[in-house]
Design a protein around this ligand. Structure first.
Ligand SMILES: Nc1nc2c(ncn2[C@@H]2O[C@H](COP(=O)(O)OP(=O)(O)OP(=O)(O)O)[C@@H](O)[C@H]2O)c(=O)[nH]1
Ligand SMILES: [Mg+2]
Length: 155
């Protein structure tokens, strides 16, 4: 399994997705500091919301094989600047979370993640389980060595 670092605004569902990917029961727990698991690095939303913490994400990216940009399907705006993925030193995937939410607009979130530079985007709900297996399969099978040679997501 590749190791993935999850980043995104507070409340977008990083911890809940971590629990779903780990097959744990879902329970609310505010992330107070970077939590490193065997395959998942869960970061507090404040790290992407504040310039002062932003640099730490670059450091933790070195511990990861893949960086995941999360955007909840009901977020009213995106924090990701156009082409910001080019700043990452790891392959970046987009993950639209909370596609079951009442005011979800998953296609809009996909467009924002595409604008940020994500070439491979997953749509998931940690609550209904939709999309979780597809994401798990990708994380376990994605060949980062091949990616560095080709720069394309061929799965
Ligand atoms: N309906 C729905 N709610 C979700 C989903 N994922 C997360 N939530 C809810 O959104 C709230 C925030 O989720 P968290 O996983 O704690 O968010 P986070 O990104 O880890 O937030 P920080 O730790 O503050 O950075 C919780 O009440 C979750 O139950 C989802 O897929 N669907
Ligand atoms: Mg959290």
């Amino acid at each position: 399994m590749n190791k993935v670092m999850l980043i995104g605004r507070s409340g977008c569902g990083k911890t809940t997705l971590t629990q779903a990917l780990n097959g744990e029961g879902i329970h609310y727990s505010k992330t107070q500091s970077v939590e490193r698991g065997k395959f998942l690095i869960d970061t507090p939303g404040e790290y992407v919301e504040s310039r002062n913490f932003g640099g730490a994400l670059a450091v933790y990216a070195y511990e990861s094989d893949i960086v995941g940009f999360l955007l909840s399907a009901d977020e009213p705006y995106s924090l990701y600047s156009p082409n910001i993925t080019s700043m990452a030193n790891r392959p970046v995937i987009g993950i639209v979370t909370g596609i079951d939410r009442k005011n979800a607009n998953a296609d809009r979130a996909v467009r924002w993640l595409e604008l940020a530079g994500c070439k491979r985007i997953f749509k998931v709900s940690a609550v209904t389980g939709e999309g979780i297996e597809e994401l798990k399969h990708f994380l376990s099978e994605f060949d980062t060595k091949r990616y560095y040679k080709t720069r394309i997501f061929d799965m």
